[in-house]
Design a protein around this ligand. Structure first.
Ligand code: SAH
Ligand code: SF4
Length: 351
């Protein structure tokens, strides 16, 4: 006897919880497991490649496997960096960037289309908020890149994503329930180690506290950029709601509950937050948290005159932190010529 196979909708299967794939695909129970494998373990670009599924099922999924269309793919850094622009069916576009290094392949993905938080130096913030991404739209960025790397790896690094950072468009902790569900699928279904995942936040305190109570110990990066409230509020409007002391408390709570040291991200802006006074104010915060500081020279963005700190100023800032007992690294810039560097992502429906 054959069980009829029917796909009720032409919705992307990535938009469903993995537990509902059996119902989605119909037929014998193991079909759902097979589809789950194709989506989460060995992702492929086309349903036609899902060779153990019946042909009619594959045909029904044709054109609807992914919850977005691929608008552009760009390559930089001699093939070590690649960026995709994904178009969502209701209009917004989002971006993901993958970067190869000798020992790792790091994917930077988006958690929202746009961002409502309006940090002055960030292109995503400058162009405003469109909407939250669904968990499936977050996970599908990762799996699309995995499928692409399997076909054509980067010029350097492993041929699969080894590390993932939520440092693309959006504030992940402002989209908490969907971020949580995406993390659940990535960690519990796909099987990626939480140690290889970093959630970056500009200091969304309630989300930082909730994340500390989740079963997975992911890395938390806190984008500080300034070590006194007056300067910080000028750069990061959210600081008016959650000032530095509250952000530090939530970061300490994260470390205490998870045992994972947080990192502090600091975008260095010429003449604004690259002074030795700021380094001196930042050092005790970093020491109290046992946090590593990542220094990122600001990437120029369209709506501000602000400029990156000079190489000398960056080194001076780093050296001052080091002399004050803080571990600090200057992060190298990737993909700047294709607007793929930190803070440059700003895809919009009308872009
Ligand atoms: N909303 C989250 C995550 C996305 S932004 C956050 O703010 O942490 C990812 C990182 O890029 C943050 O550390 C942010 O401060 C940094 N960033 C934003 N604009 C930048 C720019 N123009 N140059 C360099 N880094 C930038
Ligand atoms: Fe949003 Fe982060 Fe950009 Fe600030 S830096 S506007 S929080 S994406």
């Amino acid at each position: 006897m054959t069980t009829p196979l029917s796909l009720p909708t032409r919705r992307s299967p990535y938009l469903l919880p993995p537990e509902e794939l059996g119902e989605f695909i119909g037929g014998p129970r193991y079909r759902g497991d097979q589809l789950r494998e194709w989506l989460y373990s060995t992702p492929v670009v086309e349903p036609a490649e899902m060779t153990n599924l019946p042909k009619d099922v594959r045909e029904k999924m044709a054109g609807s496997l992914w919850p977005f269309t691929i608008e552009t793919e760009q390559v930089a850094d001699d093939g070590a960096t690649r960026k995709w622009l994904f178009r969502l069916p209701d209009g917004p576009a989002i971006e993901a960037v993958v970067m190869g290094y000798p020992d790792r392949t790091t994917l930077c993905i988006s958690s929202q289309a746009g961002c409502a938080l309006g940090c002055t130096f960030c292109a995503t913030g400058q162009f405003g908020f469109e909407r939250n991404l669904d968990a499936g739209e977050i996970v599908a960025q990762l799996q699309w890149v995995e499928a692409q790397l399997a076909i054509a790896p980067l010029s350097i690094g492993p041929d699969h994503v080894t590390n993932m950072v939520f440092m693309g468009m959006g504030e992940p902790l402002a989209n908490y329930p969907r971020l949580r569900e995406a993390l659940r699928r990535i960690i519990e279904v796909k099987g990626m180690s939480p140690r290889r995942i970093t959630v970056s936040t500009v200091g969304m305190v309630p989300g930082m506290r909730m994340l500390a109570d989740e079963p997975w110990r992911v890395n938390l990066a806190v984008s500080l950029h300034a070590a006194d409230d007056e300067l910080r509020s000028g750069l990061v409007p959210l600081n008016d709601r959650y000032p530095l002391a509250d952000v530090e408390d939530a970061a300490r709570n994260y470390f205490e509950k998870t045992g994972r040291r947080v990192s502090i991200e600091w975008t260095l802006i010429d003449g604004v937050n690259d002074t030795l006074d700021q380094a001196a104010l930042l050092a005790p915060v970093a020491r109290r948290l046992g946090a590593h500081v990542n220094l990122i020279p600001m990437n120029p963005t369209p709506l501000t005159e602000d400029q990156p700190s000079s190489d000398d100023a960056v080194r001076r800032f780093r050296d001052r932190l080091t002399s004050l007992g803080v571990n600090a690294t200057i992060r190298t810039i990737r993909g700047q010529e294709i607007d793929a560097a930190c803070g440059q992502l700003r895809a919009r429906a009308d872009a």
